[in-house]
Design a protein around this ligand. Structure first.
Ligand SMILES: [Zn+2]
Length: 198
């Protein structure tokens, strides 16, 4: 059995679908859907070549964000953003404040002018975990794949740094699955489909 199948069997992540209705207040949280993580060739932690998983994630974010903006529902976007003199160990320099790397991907830049959208620079990879309040409202977080992509990059470094080539053969798929599993363990509902009732 290949490692990813074994992992999915041992650590199953059941993916549900989510129906959003107008009577439950729902916000959309986007995490690091920025050039530095999602745009080919944009920086040290950006994909080196076109990546289907990342481009599908971005497309999904764009369509969800459009619906949320049409409905005037709140959208909150984190932008990874670092001071040039304060590195984020163990990652190489990335998303330096004020550069294109820490800006939303081109397909989302229209959001900067939407009144229901709040964008916040963050300088810590886990910053968002502590800053999402549980106030009873429904928070839909997407872009966790961006976090996963960081883990993937991290796995990529290990791949370069060690000789366990067979273990790291599919680091992106493996780390993506582990990321979803951990998110689920923290109480997240992992969904593969979002629909709206009106
Ligand atoms: Zn960062």
């Amino acid at each position: 059995m290949v490692p990813i199948d074994l992992l999915k069997e041992q650590l199953p992540v059941h993916q549900e679908s989510l129906l959003l209705t107008a009577d439950v207040k729902t916000g959309l949280v986007l995490v690091d859907v920025v050039n530095g993580f999602c745009t080919v060739g944009a920086g040290n932690l950006a994909p080196r070549q076109p990546d289907k998983q990342i481009s599908e994630m971005v497309n999904e974010v764009v369509s969800l964000a459009r619906v949320f903006c049409e409905k005037k529902w709140p959208v909150f976007g984190f932008l990874d953003s670092h001071h040039p003199d304060i590195p984020e160990h163990p990652y190489p320099p990335h998303c330096i404040a004020g550069t294109d790397e820490s800006k939303l991907v081109p397909a989302l830049q229209w959001m900067e002018n939407e009144p229901n959208v709040t964008l916040k620079c963050k300088d810590c990879i886990d910053g968002f975990l502590g800053s999402i309040e549980k106030d009873g409202s429904n928070v839909l977080s997407i872009g966790s794949k961006a976090i996963i992509s960081k883990l993937y990059m991290c796995a990529g470094f290990f791949h370069v740094a060690n000789t366990m080539k067979d273990v790291a053969a599919h680091p992106q798929d493996l780390m993506h699955h582990i990321g979803l599993y951990l998110a689920k363990g923290r109480g997240a509902k992992v969904v593969s489909e979002v629909s709206f009732d009106a």
